[in-house]
Design a protein around this ligand. Structure first.
Ligand code: NAD
Length: 249
Protein backbone atom coordinates (compact mmCIF):
# COMPACT_ATOMS: atom_id res chain seq x y z
CA UNK A 1 0.00 0.00 0.00
CA UNK A 2 1.59 3.24 -1.15
CA UNK A 3 -0.80 5.63 0.62
CA UNK A 4 -1.78 3.93 3.87
CA UNK A 5 -3.19 6.39 6.45
CA UNK A 6 -3.05 9.28 3.95
CA UNK A 7 -5.96 11.58 3.14
CA UNK A 8 -6.22 12.47 -0.54
CA UNK A 9 -8.50 15.07 -2.10
CA UNK A 10 -9.52 14.96 -5.75
CA UNK A 11 -11.29 17.97 -7.28
CA UNK A 12 -13.73 17.23 -10.09
CA UNK A 13 -13.65 13.58 -9.08
CA UNK A 14 -17.31 12.63 -9.28
CA UNK A 15 -17.69 11.74 -12.96
CA UNK A 16 -17.61 7.94 -12.98
CA UNK A 17 -15.97 7.86 -16.42
CA UNK A 18 -13.52 10.67 -15.67
CA UNK A 19 -9.85 10.90 -14.76
CA UNK A 20 -10.77 12.16 -11.31
CA UNK A 21 -12.86 9.16 -10.31
CA UNK A 22 -10.34 6.67 -11.77
CA UNK A 23 -7.70 8.47 -9.71
CA UNK A 24 -9.87 8.46 -6.58
CA UNK A 25 -10.42 4.72 -6.96
CA UNK A 26 -6.71 3.98 -7.40
CA UNK A 27 -5.75 6.22 -4.46
CA UNK A 28 -8.29 4.30 -2.34
CA UNK A 29 -6.86 0.97 -3.53
CA UNK A 30 -3.49 2.19 -2.27
CA UNK A 31 -4.91 2.75 1.22
CA UNK A 32 -5.82 6.45 1.12
CA UNK A 33 -9.03 7.84 2.49
CA UNK A 34 -10.30 9.83 -0.46
CA UNK A 35 -12.34 13.02 -0.54
CA UNK A 36 -14.11 13.77 -3.81
CA UNK A 37 -14.93 17.43 -4.38
CA UNK A 38 -17.25 18.36 -7.22
CA UNK A 39 -20.22 20.48 -8.20
CA UNK A 40 -23.61 19.51 -6.72
CA UNK A 41 -24.87 18.47 -10.15
CA UNK A 42 -22.12 15.82 -10.34
CA UNK A 43 -23.16 14.33 -6.94
CA UNK A 44 -19.78 13.84 -5.22
CA UNK A 45 -21.43 12.06 -2.25
CA UNK A 46 -22.71 9.28 -4.52
CA UNK A 47 -19.29 8.92 -6.16
CA UNK A 48 -17.53 8.67 -2.79
CA UNK A 49 -20.11 6.13 -1.57
CA UNK A 50 -19.07 3.86 -4.46
CA UNK A 51 -15.59 3.73 -2.94
CA UNK A 52 -16.81 2.84 0.56
CA UNK A 53 -17.94 4.42 3.83
CA UNK A 54 -14.48 5.63 4.90
CA UNK A 55 -14.39 8.01 1.94
CA UNK A 56 -16.10 11.39 1.67
CA UNK A 57 -17.87 13.37 -1.05
CA UNK A 58 -18.32 17.10 -0.67
CA UNK A 59 -19.93 19.71 -2.87
CA UNK A 60 -17.36 22.37 -3.76
CA UNK A 61 -16.87 24.78 -6.63
CA UNK A 62 -13.17 25.35 -7.26
CA UNK A 63 -13.86 28.78 -8.76
CA UNK A 64 -15.14 29.92 -5.35
CA UNK A 65 -12.43 30.39 -2.73
CA UNK A 66 -14.84 30.23 0.22
CA UNK A 67 -16.24 26.95 -1.10
CA UNK A 68 -12.72 25.43 -1.24
CA UNK A 69 -11.96 26.66 2.28
CA UNK A 70 -15.23 25.25 3.63
CA UNK A 71 -14.41 21.87 2.07
CA UNK A 72 -10.97 21.81 3.68
CA UNK A 73 -12.49 22.71 7.07
CA UNK A 74 -14.90 19.77 6.68
CA UNK A 75 -12.01 17.45 5.74
CA UNK A 76 -10.03 18.57 8.77
CA UNK A 77 -13.05 17.99 11.01
CA UNK A 78 -13.53 14.46 9.65
CA UNK A 79 -9.93 13.23 9.25
CA UNK A 80 -7.67 15.75 11.03
CA UNK A 81 -5.14 15.71 8.21
CA UNK A 82 -4.73 16.22 4.46
CA UNK A 83 -1.80 14.73 2.54
CA UNK A 84 -2.58 14.83 -1.16
CA UNK A 85 -4.45 17.26 -3.42
CA UNK A 86 -5.18 16.38 -7.03
CA UNK A 87 -6.19 19.50 -8.95
CA UNK A 88 -8.24 17.69 -11.55
CA UNK A 89 -11.40 19.78 -12.06
CA UNK A 90 -11.40 21.16 -15.58
CA UNK A 91 -13.56 22.10 -18.51
CA UNK A 92 -12.82 22.64 -22.17
CA UNK A 93 -14.39 24.17 -25.25
CA UNK A 94 -13.49 23.76 -28.92
CA UNK A 95 -13.38 27.26 -30.41
CA UNK A 96 -11.19 29.15 -32.89
CA UNK A 97 -8.98 31.99 -31.69
CA UNK A 98 -10.85 34.83 -33.42
CA UNK A 99 -14.22 33.51 -32.25
CA UNK A 100 -13.22 33.49 -28.56
CA UNK A 101 -15.34 35.77 -26.40
CA UNK A 102 -14.37 37.28 -23.07
CA UNK A 103 -17.01 35.14 -21.38
CA UNK A 104 -15.53 31.95 -22.91
CA UNK A 105 -12.08 33.00 -21.77
CA UNK A 106 -13.25 33.71 -18.20
CA UNK A 107 -15.14 30.43 -17.90
CA UNK A 108 -12.26 28.24 -19.06
CA UNK A 109 -9.56 30.14 -17.15
CA UNK A 110 -11.71 30.22 -14.01
CA UNK A 111 -12.17 26.46 -13.64
CA UNK A 112 -8.80 25.24 -14.92
CA UNK A 113 -6.44 27.90 -13.58
CA UNK A 114 -8.19 29.89 -10.83
CA UNK A 115 -9.58 26.58 -9.54
CA UNK A 116 -6.04 25.22 -9.19
CA UNK A 117 -5.07 28.38 -7.31
CA UNK A 118 -8.02 28.35 -4.89
CA UNK A 119 -7.95 24.62 -4.10
CA UNK A 120 -4.19 24.78 -3.52
CA UNK A 121 -4.50 27.90 -1.35
CA UNK A 122 -7.11 26.11 0.75
CA UNK A 123 -4.99 22.99 1.43
CA UNK A 124 -1.52 24.52 1.72
CA UNK A 125 -1.87 25.91 5.28
CA UNK A 126 -2.78 22.40 6.47
CA UNK A 127 0.17 20.86 4.61
CA UNK A 128 2.55 23.53 5.92
CA UNK A 129 1.41 22.82 9.49
CA UNK A 130 1.91 19.07 8.86
CA UNK A 131 5.28 19.72 7.22
CA UNK A 132 4.36 17.41 4.34
CA UNK A 133 2.14 17.16 1.32
CA UNK A 134 1.92 16.36 -2.37
CA UNK A 135 -0.07 18.37 -4.89
CA UNK A 136 -0.65 16.96 -8.37
CA UNK A 137 -2.03 19.31 -11.01
CA UNK A 138 -3.68 18.02 -14.15
CA UNK A 139 -2.50 20.16 -17.05
CA UNK A 140 -2.70 18.90 -20.65
CA UNK A 141 -0.63 18.18 -23.74
CA UNK A 142 -2.61 21.12 -25.08
CA UNK A 143 -0.42 23.40 -22.94
CA UNK A 144 2.71 22.09 -24.66
CA UNK A 145 1.45 21.78 -28.25
CA UNK A 146 -0.63 24.95 -28.38
CA UNK A 147 -3.73 22.86 -28.77
CA UNK A 148 -4.60 19.27 -28.01
CA UNK A 149 -7.27 17.75 -30.12
CA UNK A 150 -10.45 19.42 -28.90
CA UNK A 151 -9.63 22.35 -26.62
CA UNK A 152 -9.50 25.95 -27.80
CA UNK A 153 -6.64 28.44 -27.36
CA UNK A 154 -7.98 29.59 -23.99
CA UNK A 155 -7.82 25.98 -22.76
CA UNK A 156 -4.17 25.76 -23.91
CA UNK A 157 -3.46 29.03 -22.13
CA UNK A 158 -5.19 27.91 -18.94
CA UNK A 159 -3.33 24.58 -18.88
CA UNK A 160 -0.01 26.31 -19.61
CA UNK A 161 -0.85 28.61 -16.71
CA UNK A 162 -1.29 25.55 -14.52
CA UNK A 163 2.30 24.49 -15.33
CA UNK A 164 3.63 27.90 -14.29
CA UNK A 165 1.53 28.07 -11.15
CA UNK A 166 2.58 24.57 -10.11
CA UNK A 167 6.28 25.27 -10.66
CA UNK A 168 6.01 28.45 -8.61
CA UNK A 169 4.30 26.53 -5.80
CA UNK A 170 7.00 23.83 -6.00
CA UNK A 171 9.67 26.50 -5.53
CA UNK A 172 7.90 28.31 -2.68
CA UNK A 173 6.78 25.28 -0.66
CA UNK A 174 9.68 22.84 -1.16
CA UNK A 175 11.16 24.06 2.13
CA UNK A 176 8.00 22.87 3.87
CA UNK A 177 8.43 19.36 2.45
CA UNK A 178 5.52 19.92 0.08
CA UNK A 179 5.95 18.67 -3.49
CA UNK A 180 4.00 20.05 -6.44
CA UNK A 181 4.02 18.30 -9.80
CA UNK A 182 2.01 18.25 -13.02
CA UNK A 183 0.68 15.66 -15.39
CA UNK A 184 0.16 16.51 -19.05
CA UNK A 185 -2.28 13.90 -20.39
CA UNK A 186 -2.75 13.45 -24.10
CA UNK A 187 -6.06 12.19 -25.43
CA UNK A 188 -7.78 10.06 -22.78
CA UNK A 189 -11.26 8.61 -23.34
CA UNK A 190 -13.63 10.33 -20.85
CA UNK A 191 -16.90 12.28 -20.96
CA UNK A 192 -14.97 15.48 -21.79
CA UNK A 193 -14.38 14.19 -25.35
CA UNK A 194 -17.04 11.46 -25.70
CA UNK A 195 -18.66 11.55 -29.13
CA UNK A 196 -16.61 14.60 -30.10
CA UNK A 197 -13.93 12.91 -32.22
CA UNK A 198 -15.16 12.42 -35.80
CA UNK A 199 -14.43 8.90 -37.10
CA UNK A 200 -12.36 10.26 -40.02
CA UNK A 201 -10.14 12.18 -37.57
CA UNK A 202 -9.71 9.22 -35.26
CA UNK A 203 -7.23 7.31 -37.45
CA UNK A 204 -5.16 10.45 -38.05
CA UNK A 205 -4.96 10.95 -34.28
CA UNK A 206 -3.95 7.32 -33.73
CA UNK A 207 -1.27 7.60 -36.44
CA UNK A 208 0.33 10.35 -34.33
CA UNK A 209 0.47 8.24 -31.14
CA UNK A 210 3.44 5.80 -31.00
CA UNK A 211 1.64 3.57 -28.49
CA UNK A 212 -1.17 3.43 -31.07
CA UNK A 213 -4.15 3.82 -28.78
CA UNK A 214 -6.17 6.49 -27.05
CA UNK A 215 -5.44 6.63 -23.34
CA UNK A 216 -7.69 5.27 -20.62
CA UNK A 217 -8.35 6.97 -17.25
CA UNK A 218 -6.23 4.44 -15.34
CA UNK A 219 -3.20 5.46 -17.43
CA UNK A 220 -3.44 8.86 -15.77
CA UNK A 221 -4.50 7.54 -12.35
CA UNK A 222 -1.34 5.40 -12.08
CA UNK A 223 0.85 8.43 -12.69
CA UNK A 224 -1.08 10.44 -10.08
CA UNK A 225 -0.49 7.67 -7.54
CA UNK A 226 3.23 7.76 -8.35
CA UNK A 227 3.42 11.54 -7.87
CA UNK A 228 1.20 11.45 -4.77
CA UNK A 229 3.24 8.75 -3.04
CA UNK A 230 6.74 8.59 -1.61
CA UNK A 231 7.88 6.71 -4.72
CA UNK A 232 8.44 10.20 -6.16
CA UNK A 233 9.69 11.82 -2.96
CA UNK A 234 12.59 13.63 -4.66
CA UNK A 235 10.43 14.97 -7.52
CA UNK A 236 9.02 18.46 -7.41
CA UNK A 237 8.27 20.93 -10.18
CA UNK A 238 8.13 18.00 -12.59
CA UNK A 239 5.89 17.77 -15.67
CA UNK A 240 5.11 14.12 -16.42
CA UNK A 241 3.75 13.44 -19.90
CA UNK A 242 1.01 10.78 -20.12
CA UNK A 243 0.34 10.87 -23.83
CA UNK A 244 1.36 7.56 -25.41
CA UNK A 245 4.21 9.40 -27.15
CA UNK A 246 1.91 11.88 -28.93
CA UNK A 247 4.43 14.57 -27.95
CA UNK A 248 8.04 13.55 -27.35
CA UNK A 249 10.33 16.44 -26.47
P1 NAD B 1 -14.65 15.21 -17.02
O1 NAD B 1 -15.53 16.21 -17.69
O2 NAD B 1 -15.07 13.79 -16.98
O3 NAD B 1 -14.33 15.66 -15.53
C1 NAD B 1 -14.23 17.00 -15.10
C2 NAD B 1 -14.85 17.13 -13.72
O4 NAD B 1 -14.66 18.46 -13.24
C3 NAD B 1 -16.37 16.86 -13.71
O5 NAD B 1 -16.67 15.90 -12.70
C4 NAD B 1 -16.96 18.22 -13.41
O6 NAD B 1 -18.20 18.18 -12.72
C5 NAD B 1 -15.85 18.84 -12.58
N1 NAD B 1 -15.94 20.30 -12.51
C6 NAD B 1 -16.20 21.18 -13.53
N2 NAD B 1 -16.26 22.44 -13.06
C7 NAD B 1 -16.01 22.36 -11.73
C8 NAD B 1 -15.94 23.32 -10.68
N3 NAD B 1 -16.12 24.64 -10.93
N4 NAD B 1 -15.66 22.90 -9.42
C9 NAD B 1 -15.48 21.57 -9.16
N5 NAD B 1 -15.55 20.62 -10.11
C10 NAD B 1 -15.80 21.00 -11.37
O7 NAD B 1 -13.24 15.35 -17.75
P2 NAD B 1 -11.88 14.53 -17.63
O8 NAD B 1 -11.48 14.17 -19.00
O9 NAD B 1 -11.96 13.48 -16.58
O10 NAD B 1 -10.91 15.71 -17.18
C11 NAD B 1 -10.24 15.75 -15.94
C12 NAD B 1 -9.07 16.72 -16.07
O11 NAD B 1 -8.12 16.23 -17.01
C13 NAD B 1 -9.48 18.12 -16.57
O12 NAD B 1 -8.70 19.10 -15.90
C14 NAD B 1 -9.10 18.07 -18.04
O13 NAD B 1 -8.88 19.36 -18.57
C15 NAD B 1 -7.84 17.23 -17.98
N6 NAD B 1 -7.44 16.59 -19.22
C16 NAD B 1 -8.25 15.68 -19.83
C17 NAD B 1 -7.83 15.07 -21.00
C18 NAD B 1 -8.66 14.05 -21.72
O14 NAD B 1 -8.34 13.72 -22.87
N7 NAD B 1 -9.73 13.53 -21.13
C19 NAD B 1 -6.57 15.40 -21.53
C20 NAD B 1 -5.78 16.33 -20.89
C21 NAD B 1 -6.20 16.91 -19.71
Amino acid sequence: MLLKDKVAVVTGGAGINGLGFATARMLAEQGARVVILDLAVADPQAAAARLGAEHLGLVADVTDKASCEAAVAAIQARYGRLDVLVNNAGITQPVKFLDLTGADYDRILDVNLRGTLYASQAVLPVMVAQKSGSIVCISSVSAQRGGGILGGPHYSAAKAGVLGLARAMAREFGGHNIRVNCLTPGLIATDINKGKIPEDKRQTILDGIPLARIGEPNDVAGCVVFLASDLSKYCTGVTLDVNGGMLIH
